[in-house]
Each structure stands twice: as structure tokens, then as C-alpha cells.
Write a protein that binds this ligand. Structure first.
Ligand SMILES: [Zn+2]
Length: 284
């Protein structure tokens, strides 16, 4: 397997994104403990509507983790000014806790051009969504006819919550992530996963731990976080890699050879070819 310059000379790359929407202190703590036990620096996008009441916990997270902004209201508006105000309100509250942000993740992963133009004004380096764009690697999304200056860092869009909602249990979820990690690694696609602490990975920290263990079994993986990776990508000025886009929010690389095959078995959920029993349940 080749070493990739996009992976800073490694064969693979891993980062984990946390979307912290509703602050459940116990589940947050369990999530944090799992990361610290495995010495993983995750990127936590904290929604500040509830986060504002958890200064002590946020400061605690920021000691070992990368903390970024997940807006004040958990919403993306069709209005640039409203989006800007919503981002900056979250930013200000975090700053008052001593957390300086340069990254944003839109609520529900919903990116629109009004959000794009608001992000431009924030001076933020990057955002991470998964519902717009055409790349599995970072890229600059287009809005209002021109390329944004704010880098988009996509992630694999299936989280533990999506799996639970599709009828998976903990054991099946662990199997899913095992397979997706293996697949992404083999295809040399960034292993950028995400999840929510409350009721999800905080209630099932074993899933997160298994993910870390699985990635650590792989040869030569760069463990990074989304902020570090966005900065790296911008500094290196990598060329945008052309991809195709599928409506179920799964990113498929557009290189001719293996691509077609991947596309046919992606169709929304990567598990389709991997495990029929589960995939039927997923599509009900
Ligand atoms: Zn959220």
C-alpha cells in the first residue's frame, strides 16, 4: 500500500468528530474517558445552547481534546445574517470559556450557500458537514458562483445513531464500524468518523473503544483531528480531487477503476454488500 502525501506520508488517516448537541454530563464523561484511555484527540463540536451551562465540563474536555463550534441554535437558516449570528454566538460563548475556535460543524450537517457565505465572514478555517460537496477529501465548496475560502472537511456520514435508528444493536454496530474502517483504509479514503455522546457513544463507549482498537491494528495510520488536518491541507495546497456524489450522503471517489464497483454497493449504506441481513433492515 502506498504512502500518501494527503496523509502526511502515511498509509492511512484517522480522526473522530464528536457532535455534542445535548449535554448529558455522564455520557460526555464516558466519551471523554474512552478517548483519553486510548490517547485519541477528537474534535468536539459543541452546541452552545446547552453548552453554555457546562463551562466546567467544556474546559475539562478542552484539556486533552480539540473543541470547536456547533452553533448556538441547532439550526441552519436560509439567511446568511442569521447563520452568521448563530455561529458567532456559539463562538463568543466558547471564547468566554477560553476556547478559541477555527472550525464549525453545521447542525444536522446541513450546509447551504447562506451558511457558506456566513462562514466566509467568520474567518474560520474550515467546516465539516456531509450533505453538500463532491469529495471524500477536503475541498472548497462553491456558493454564489465562487469557491469558498472555508475548507470543507467531509466525514463518513453514518454514525452510531444512524445505525441504532436502523435497528442495529451494539454488537452489529461494532461489526459495521470494523468493516467500514477496513474498507476506508483499503481504499485509502480518510477514516473520518463521527458520533454523538448523548444516548449514543456515551451510553455505548465500547463502540468507540472498539473503533480506536480497530484503527490501531492497521499499519501506519496518522491519528489526527479535524482542525489539525484542515490546517495541514490548507498549508499544503493540495489539488481538489474529483468525486461523484450520491444522494444518500455517502462520498464516492470518482476515479474510474474501482469507483463504479463502490458506487453500486454504496447506494446509501456501505453495509449493503457486506451483510445482507442488516442492509435489508436498514432500507425498510
Ligand atoms: Zn448536532
Amino acid at each position: 500500500m502506498e504512502k500518501k502525501k494527503e496523509f502526511n506520508g502515511h498509509k492511512g488517516i484517522f480522526a473522530f468528530r464528536i457532535d455534542l448537541d445535548f449535554f448529558h454530563p455522564k455520557h460526555v464523561e464516558k466519551t471523554l474517558k474512552a478517548a483519553e484511555k486510548h490517547e485519541i484527540d477528537m474534535t468536539w463540536f459543541v452546541n452552545m445552547e446547552t453548552g453554555q451551562f457546562h463551562e466546567r465540563e467544556i474546559k475539562r474536555i478542552a484539556k486533552t481534546q480539540d473543541v470547536q463550534n456547533h452553533a448556538f441554535l441547532h439550526e441552519t437558516f436560509k439567511d446568511s445574517v442569521k447563520n452568521f449570528e448563530n455561529i458567532m454566538k456559539g463562538d463568543k460563548l466558547l471564547q468566554e470559556m477560553g476556547v478559541k475556535c477555527s472550525g464549525f460543524a453545521a447542525p444536522f450537517g446541513f450546509w447551504n450557500k447562506e451558511l457558506g457565505s456566513a462562514l466566509e465572514k467568520t474567518g474560520y478555517e474550515y467546516s465539516s458537514e456531509f450533505r453538500k460537496g463532491k469529495n471524500i477529501f477536503p475541498f472548497y465548496p462553491k456558493g454564489n458562483g465562487k469557491k469558498s475560502k472555508v475548507l470543507q472537511v467531509p466525514i463518513h456520514p453514518i454514525c452510531l445513531g444512524s445505525l441504532f435508528e436502523s435497528g442495529y444493536n451494539e454488537k452489529e454496530a461494532i461489526e459495521y464500524f470494523d468493516k467500514i474502517i477496513k474498507l476506508l483504509y483499503e481504499k485509502q479514503i480518510p477514516i473520518f468518523l463521527y458520533g454523538h455522546p448523548t444516548g449514543r457513544i456515551g451510553a455505548h463507549p465500547k463502540v468507540l473503544e472498539k473503533i480506536f482498537e480497530k484503527v490501531k491494528e492497521l499499519d501506519d495510520v496518522w491519528f489526527t483531528n479535524l482542525t489539525e488536518y484542515a490546517n495541514f491541507w490548507k498549508k499544503k495546497k493540495f489539488k481538489q480531487r474529483k468525486t461523484t456524489w450520491n444522494e444518500h450522503n455517502v462520498f464516492v471517489e470518482a476515479k474510474k477503476s474501482k469507483n463504479r464497483k463502490m458506487k453500486s454497493f454504496y447506494k446509501g449504506q456501505l453495509m449493503r454488500v457486506e451483510k445482507k441481513k442488516i442492509s435489508r433492515r436498514l432500507h425498510k
